[in-house]
Design a binder for this molecule. Structure first.
Ligand SMILES: *[C@@H]1O[C@H](CO)[C@@H](O)[C@H](O)[C@H]1NC(C)=O
Ligand SMILES: *[C@@H]1O[C@H](CO)[C@@H](O)[C@H](O)[C@H]1NC(C)=O
Ligand SMILES: *[C@@H]1O[C@H](CO)[C@@H](O)[C@H](O)[C@H]1NC(C)=O
Ligand SMILES: *[C@@H]1O[C@H](CO)[C@@H](O)[C@H](O)[C@H]1NC(C)=O
Length: 293
């Protein structure tokens, strides 16, 4: 499993990394040459993950949090900006609308007496499916202590106007009308591939995962969606489609792969709502290379 994932991550990073971006050692170590054809057709998967702007500078972990003007390419600004991506997806994402962090142009961090640390950012956010990009101002407040999630504000109005109503209705009807319930595994697979039919499920998995990543993020984390291990549509009586899914998140700072199980609903008017989220214990056997590839 782990090798498979690492290959995917390497492909994602390699597919869109800009020349100025240093690829992390983990990605370097992966034998991508074994799968020269594994770059996704469109590169869409890569962008969906927001991997195109990997934080780049491998600074030693700061003992004291950076304050004042931040280098936009370094971890502190990148980590805070990533939280804005998770926020936008958790609030406004859908199987037809997905946000990625495109770039960070400036950042500033300050201590806020007794309440936490505030980051003010100028970032560029991309709506990946329509390929529209917008510059946004955003603010992320990490509360002191780790009980509460970061509070985020972002002024991205144009990309929220991308009208996906028609596509969402069509997809909803497809999943709702059919007498069979959909399911899929390994999105993407270890070659970075996702069947076109399964892309909406991958997108749904990312949006649902963003709620977890938003909740779990601190100043010291950097979460990326790694894989939807499996996703299953459940029978639902209401006007909401219901899904159960098992996701793998990659926390870039600790280099951990975290497993979460989510139950969520989706409908075009109400969006994606996570009903239950549960972190699963680390599966050690997942760290072994797969038997066959
Ligand atoms: C997205 O748009 C940019 C600029 O408008 C363009 O350069 C790029 O090729 C587009 N990407 C895709 C995947 O269509
Ligand atoms: C979005 O498009 C649908 C038709 O596809 C239309 O009925 C609706 O009014 C549009 N919404 C907005 C906010 O423009
Ligand atoms: C219903 O599901 C079957 C099997 O997955 C598929 O072949 C068919 O196209 C679906 N029908 C609709 C209306 O989506
Ligand atoms: C989903 O994937 C996880 C992790 O690979 C696995 O433990 C679990 O059994 C799978 N569940 C189903 C229903 O396939």
């Amino acid at each position: 499993m782990r090798l498979g994932l690492m290959v995917v991550l390497a492909v994602l990073t390699g597919a869109t990394g800009s020349p100025s971006v240093k690829i992390r050692p983990e990605a370097d170590a992966v034998d991508t040459t074994a799968h020269p054809n594994s770059v996704p057709d469109t590169g869409e998967e890569a962008e969906l993950d927001g991997q195109q702007e990997e934080p780049v500078e491998e600074e030693a972990e700061e003992d004291v949090m950076a304050t004042g003007e931040l280098n936009p390419n370094q971890y502190p600004a990148q980590r805070a900006a990533k939280v804005v991506q998770h926020f936008l997806n958790a609030r406004h994402g859908s199987p037809c609308r997905l946000f990625g962090l495109h770039s960070v142009s400036s950042g500033n961090a300050e201590d806020v007496a007794d309440s936490g640390r505030r980051y003010q950012l100028e970032i560029s956010v991309q709506e990946i499916i329509s390929n529209t990009t917008e510059k946004c101002s955003a603010e992320v407040l990490f509360p002191r202590g780790e009980q509460r999630s970061a509070a985020v504000q972002a002024s991205c109005e144009e990309i929220l106007k991308v009208n996906t109503t028609a596509q969402e209705e069509a997809l909803f009807q497809k999943y709702n009308m059919n007498n069979s319930l959909v399911s899929a595994q390994n999105l993407p697979d270890s070659y970075g591939h996702i069947e076109p039919d399964h892309k909406p499920l991958w997108h749904l998995g990312i949006v649902a995962s963003s709620a977890v990543m938003l909740k779990e993020s601190t100043e010291n984390t950097l979460y990326n969606m790694a894989q939807v291990a499996n996703i299953t549509q459940l029978a639902s009586e209401s006007q909401q489609l219901k899904f159960d899914c098992h996701i793998l998140l990659h926390e870039m700072v600790s280099q951990e792969i975290l497993h979460w199980k989510l139950l969520f609903t989706w409908s075009p008017p109400d969006g994606v709502n996570v009903l239950q989220m549960e972190q699963l214990p680390h599966c050690h056997h997942d760290d072994k290379p797969p038997k066959a590839n």
